[in-house]
Ligand binder design. Structure first.
Ligand SMILES: [Zn+2]
Length: 257
């Protein structure tokens, strides 16, 4: 029989060492980053406008989650808030995980997807389009073109296309304006822009992540880095390391490909 004493109140995640501390992530856990494979295209509608897009310095780190590579780990750089940043220090030392200046556009990706959770086909999803310098310049020209037509970027639908070059920005290389969309047809929550508070730096999580990266670097660092550094690409800059939670290294040779 379960006693009242052993029952965990609903406001607690859990008690003691059995608590799973996974999930302490930022907005990205709720909103996917938009990306295209080389040669792929998608219909997207901008929810951000050209003059209200948050821009931050950001680090991206590849972590192993349950033995699989997970690139969906983003950290707002701490330099401007704290005067120093553990991931900046790490990137200088290991020449990876450099911070990048990015604009985070909120979009609706009209390419549907199948939701396993809801067990049905969804017609669209709200996502973050991460624009680095080159992409930002393209999108700001698109924004200016909308203003010339007395329209806004918010509500504008584009066909985003990524060229076949695997080094091309993974959010697309061409954005062809299709039409203005009435956002009133969507539920209000579905057309909200990203809350900038979700971008606030998480110092504790970054420090813990750096400890793991350094531990892995000391044990398994082979000089091999996944991803591709460089200003011209939106690809991932990352480091290989063992699983965060059980301290074990990835199976087989998946650590270094
Ligand atoms: Zn930093």
């Amino acid at each position: 029989m379960t006693t009242e004493a052993s029952k965990v109140p609903s406001y607690l995640v859990g008690m003691g060492c059995a608590v799973d501390m996974e999930g302490e992530k930022r907005y990205n856990s709720g909103m996917f980053r938009f990306w295209l494979k080389p040669g792929e295209k998608a219909n997207i509608v901008f929810l951000s406008d050209g003059n209200d897009v948050p821009c931050i310095w950001e680090h991206q780190v590849m972590l192993y989650k349950k033995g699989k590579k997970d690139y969906n780990n983003y950290f707002t750089c701490l330099q401007s808030t704290f005067g120093s940043c553990p991931l900046c220090d790490y990137s200088t030392e290991f020449e990876t995980c450099w911070r990048q200046k990015v604009q985070l556009f909120t979009i609706l990706n009209l390419n549907g997807y199948f939701s396993k959770k809801l067990n049905k086909q969804m017609p669209y999803s709200r996502q973050i389009l991460t624009a680095k310098k080159a992409t930002s310049e393209i999108l700001m020209r698109k924004y200016a073109a909308r203003l010339d037509q007395n329209q806004r970027l918010r509500g504008a639908q584009f066909a985003a296309f990524r060229g076949s070059d695997s080094k091309s920005p993974n959010v697309g290389t061409e954005f062809e304006f299709i039409k203005m969309v009435d956002l009133g047809q969507f539920p209000p929550d579905d057309v909200k822009v990203l809350d900038v508070n979700a971008l606030a730096p998480n110092r504790d999580l970054m420090i813990r992540t750096c400890q793991i990266l350094r531990g892995a670097a000391n044990n398994t660092y082979s000089g091999a880095m996944a991803g591709h550094a460089g200003e011209s690409t939106d690809d991932v800059v990352s480091v290989e390391y063992g699983d965060e939670h059980d301290g074990q290294l990835p199976q087989g040779n998946s650590a270094v490909e």
